[in-house]
Design a protein around this ligand. Sequence first.
Ligand code: CAA
Ligand code: FAD
Length: 379
Amino acid sequence: MDFKLTEEHLAVQEAARDFAQTELLPGVIERDEHQKFPAEQIKKMGELGFMGMMVDPKYGGGGMDTVSYVLAMEEISKVDASASVVMSVNNSLVCWGIEKFGNEEQKQKYLPKLTSGEIIGAFCLSEPEAGSDATMQRTTAEDKGDHYLLNGTKNWITNGSTASVYLVIAQTNPELRHRGINALIVEKGMPGFEIGPKENKLGIRGSDTHSLMFTDVKVPKENRIGEDGFGFKFAMATLNGGRIGIASQALGIASGAYELALKYSKERKAFGVPISQHQGIQFKLADMATNIDAARLLCLQAAADKDGHRDYSKSGAMAKLFSSKVAMDTTIEAVQIHGGYGFVKEYHVERLMRDAKITQIYEGTSEIQKIVISREILK
Ligand code: CAA
Ligand code: FAD
């Protein structure tokens, strides 16, 4: 077994690191403070190929593997987790979902614009009363022959106001329960589609999270993804890969905080020596480094499973469960190593600590990851 990255992997990693340091770092504190969406930066990420990394080049994508995607996600997330959630949703939920399960017309219509960053996408599964319990969809897509009539509310939608294309999960045939659910491509501007106010969040404040309201929205039948009733399977299959993206986001938040803490510990003096010479600090750094390496290995294993066409629902869930805990633990310790300076915005670690929390909640909470993992183990 060879754990070495290829030349291509290293080039992608370096390009993402460069972009994060030069384009995302300046302004990241201000965007967090004012909940400002990184619009210009996302546009540039599209131009550089970060918005549709794994999509076939014939649809404008980068044709890269999932390992490259994990490496890029880690580097972007070290600096700006708000930008990286936009990247993750666009790449692993929206582009992947359309490329894997959409028809040729849908792929040609949406993928080139989504991969170039001209437009971004959103993935709409959660509802006010259906989060973890995702089969309990209240949004309805009534079959009207040549179109569906969409009614209901979606909650917490990332890219809620900035997206142009929304993959909406809705119940068509309640008698069939989750087998009666459909996935529809809804475009911004369709009559009856309204966007609610922006959520005021603890972390990833640069990303825009909104509820969405649908009132008698006519969605043409040709906008359905897959066969009638495939919507819940579509959501689950797409989330299996999405979780690898969020796992690598968590990894990046952790490694970003660790790198800042390591540097600071060599510069800050207490009791006549750099604090890195105190064993109490050294042990924290040792724990952080060990946990981050373990999280990275789980992320890369899940990515390799996906690239190798092996089942990755368990490895993706394990990567997300573990990396998100490592993100939380590491960022808390990074603030501690910075002392009082860690508590103010200029030193970045307090933002990373706030950003870390969401990785234990979205794309399936940690408790849900444990359900996914244990079901696979016991199967
Ligand atoms: N992969 C593929 N198929 C799956 C699956 C998986 N990981 N998990 C379930 N399924 C399939 C099952 O095989 C079953 O299909 P059949 O009956 O046709 O065989 C069907 O889905 C229903 O499964 P269950 O009976 O297991 O359903 P359940 O209600 O007991 O539990 C659950 C399902 C795993 C808990 C699921 O509801 C779940 O994943 N919940 C979390 C929802 C979630 O992750 N939301 C994220 C929203 S997107 C987001 O958050 C984006 C963002 O922030 C940026
Ligand atoms: P609940 O499901 O009500 O859970 C509450 C608590 O109960 C949690 O701790 C949960 O783990 C626990 N719990 C629930 N069921 C069980 C069980 N069976 N066993 C043990 N514990 C359980 N959704 C989208 O569809 N698209 C998006 O783009 C999106 N972006 C988001 C962005 C942000 C900033 C946030 C906050 C959320 C986003 N979400 C999105 C929604 C997110 O996926 C849900 O919040 C998440 O799945 C949890 O659902 P819930 O909030 O309804 O919590």
